[in-house]
Design a protein around this ligand. Structure first.
Ligand SMILES: NC(=O)c1ccc[n+]([C@@H]2O[C@H](COP(=O)([O-])OP(=O)(O)OC[C@H]3O[C@@H](n4cnc5c(N)ncnc54)[C@H](O)[C@@H]3O)[C@@H](O)[C@H]2O)c1
Length: 253
């Protein structure tokens, strides 16, 4: 039987990139998916339904509390329960890197609002439905950037380091509800977002990143989806509060 049969998952930021890959992978294991994004998630929904899966899209701004409440309501209306939340939406691709004293203050606030506060607001919006479902799995998305301390992107680094702390704190608060909270921390994955993030330095960055790994090839989205499916499934029933590096062996936590 598929690992996530009868489960319902919300994946934020699932209109493209890694979020879309997570949504497709969870659907392939039987979960019904709410594709939640600022942008139109119709392509992700079409890809899932073409494979025989179940998905609907909703527009959400994870930095807005009411929007997160509406997102949870949309999942309940479409599928009747919520078991899994992947907090994948983030400001990443569009961030302008700079030495820390030159970072834009508005960009700093925006990164904190979406990447940190958005993770809290989306989680807060779904926990009661997870309690009613008998438990759940929240999967936060951190990054190798946080634990390595990526230079020239301190706003992003700080936001993704906060996600690790939040994962630990939320896991401690939600364990008694049988809600597990874990994080996945990928290295640079070959997505449109990564190409935009590195801009003209993309080709050079690819080589530097791969050579810093023990397994010396760049990550594709399909290298990360298995960890997310595992964390969503009962195979990780007693795993909570953990941050899983998926980075070809760049960093040991
Ligand atoms: N791609 C990588 O190499 C990499 C590595 C480590 C971690 N990550 C993290 O993985 C996640 C996805 O990465 P990606 O490369 O697919 O990023 P991306 O920038 O391509 O996609 C992010 C998605 O989030 C959506 N989004 C942005 N702000 C939102 C908001 N306020 N509310 C709802 N949706 C919003 C965007 O519309 C977009 O579809 C991010 O959390 C990123 O920080 C990425």
């Amino acid at each position: 039987m598929a690992q996530l049969q009868d489960k319902v998952a919300i994946v934020t930021g699932a209109a493209r990139g890694l979020g879309r890959a997570y949504a497709e992978a969870l659907a392939a294991e039987g979960a019904a998916i709410l594709v939640a994004d600022l942008n139109d998630g119709a392509d992700t929904v079409a890809a899932i339904t073409a494979q025989g899966g179940r998905a609907v899209a909703t527009t959400v701004d994870v930095a807005d509390a009411d929007s997160c409440v509406a997102m949870a309501a949309a999942a309940l209306e479409a599928f009747g329960r919520i078991d899994i939340l992947v907090n994948n939406a983030a400001l990443y691709a569009g961030l302008k890197g700079a030495r820390f004293e030159h970072l834009d203050e508005k960009q700093w606030d925006a990164a904190m609002n979406v990447n940190v506060k958005g993770t809290w607001l989306a989680s807060r919006a779904v926990v009661q439905a997870m309690r009613e479902a008998g438990g759940g799995s929240i999967i936060n998305v951190s990054s190798l950037a946080a634990v390595f301390g990526l230079p020239y992107g301190l706003d992003y680094v700080a936001s993704k380091a906060a996600v690790i702390g939040m994962t630990r704190g939320m896991a401690r608060e939600l364990g008694s509800d049988n809600i597990r909270v874990n994080a996945v921390a990928p290295s640079a994955v070959m997505t449109e977002g990564t190409e935009e993030f590195f801009g003209e330095k993309f080709e050079k960055a690819k080589g530097v990143i791969a050579s810093g790994q023990l397994i010396k090839r760049n990550l594709e989205p399909s290298d990360v989806t298995g960890t997310v499916v595992y964390l969503a499934s009962d195979h990780s029933a007693l795993v909570t509060g953990q941050t899983h590096m998926v980075d070809g062996g760049s960093w040991f936590l």
